[in-house]
Design a protein around this ligand. Sequence first.
Ligand code: ZN
Length: 134
Amino acid sequence: MESYDKLLERAYAGLPEKAKTHDNRFEIPKLDIIQQSSKTIIRNFIQACEKIRREPQYVAKYLSRELAVPTTISNNTLILFGKFNDKIINSKFERYVKKYVICPECGKPDTKIIEQDKVKILVCEACGARTPIR
Ligand SMILES: [Zn+2]
């Protein structure tokens, strides 16, 4: 007679790929962007940062550096002092999330950044992986 474990294993192996993951796949939040004269405004900036669990100041700094313009956080928005289309900003934001938020081991966004010996490390709370950020 087959053990219960074996049966389970077989049942599990037969499941389609999708059913194996317990959580819904994490989706990178889409930024809601408008242009106003020479400025670009991200209207859902704070909410988007909350979703990825990162300090808005850090995300703002990254965008500021990547796009080479000053930025300022005002209410729930981020104002960029330059004209950019939403594709560019969303792709920069996605890059940030892929680099600084999503665990490369398990693909989950449940991470935090710690600093150890001046090296930033992405620590995953889901799988425990520690990935140095370069
Ligand atoms: Zn992980």
